[in-house]
Design a protein around this ligand. Sequence first.
Ligand code: TXA
Ligand code: MG
Length: 319
Amino acid sequence: MALISSSIQDVAALLQQNEIAAIPTETVYGLAGNAYNETALKKIFELKQRPFYNPLIVHIKSFKDLNLVATDIPTQAQLLATTFWPGPLTLVLKKQTHIPDLVTAGKDTVAVRVPNHPVTLSLLEQLEFPLAAPSANPYGSISPTKAAHVANYFTASPLTILEGGECSNGIESTIIGFENNQAVLYRLGSITIEAIENVIGPLLIKTQSEAIPTAPGMLSKHYAPRTTTIQSNNILESIHTNTTKRIGLLTFENRFEHESIVTQKVLSPNGDLAEAATLLYNALHELDQLDLDLIIAEKFPDHNLGRTINDRLERATKK
Ligand code: TXA
Ligand code: MG
């Protein structure tokens, strides 16, 4: 059984022994291990059942540590790091040679960020190595935004989960790399395209799925509930074509009435996209527990965090 712990020291001790532990971040919980140690890294892949071709994000405690992990940092990357760190922005940079191939899937780049969570920052302060951490869910499933989500996924494992409350952003970091001096968006995330373009100008968008994706979050089916899920521009119409089913609704601001609706999650009655993003995964986790026949998720406004939410819902609804 997984164990939820409030002791940063206990978790630090585990990580120092090359064990792995789940840690809180402002985005989602991560499954963390010593980024320099292959034994720990293998345990992450094994527990998550993640294919080795999908590289991990390295978490460091401050911008000052960036050169321990990466080199040849473009000016635009420095500007983004100083603007958004600690925070939900991951930069893909040329790696330092000592970063294990397991972290980077053999690439010459490494993904790195400074998480904005007091518990995990204080954990990183106690460690002499950075933490490699993918989201703390089995491969392809919905990311966890509280300790209980992680515990429910890994009931058969003696995993320790460091308690950090509910994730304040609730959706993964935005991933930016650089190709021929051009900033490239690999994954939509918690920091909007608009916010990034305000700092460094136009981004090249490369978030489509590929056979071997640049980023796992780019796989077309990902973030998926077990319950069949569809996304809809017209909720009432979608309900009317599925009236024989037990339906769970996931909407932005509006509530709908129909006898087929077993339960409904309205993410932000005031129409606040940041609030909706924070609550999205928890709502999907809860809907997925109810043995529904169908989850119908609304199509969100396609700008700012609405675009990130739509990206996750599209991937959740892929067959
Ligand atoms: O918010 C987050 O980013 C969370 C928390 C725990 O930090 N982590 C997370 O990790 O979402 P994960 O493993 O679920 O997603 C990591 C993403 C993947 O899409 C992976 O392909 C991409 O980072 N990535 C890692 N290294 C990369 C690299 N060298 N080049 C391109 N993409 C990379
Ligand atoms: Mg993930």
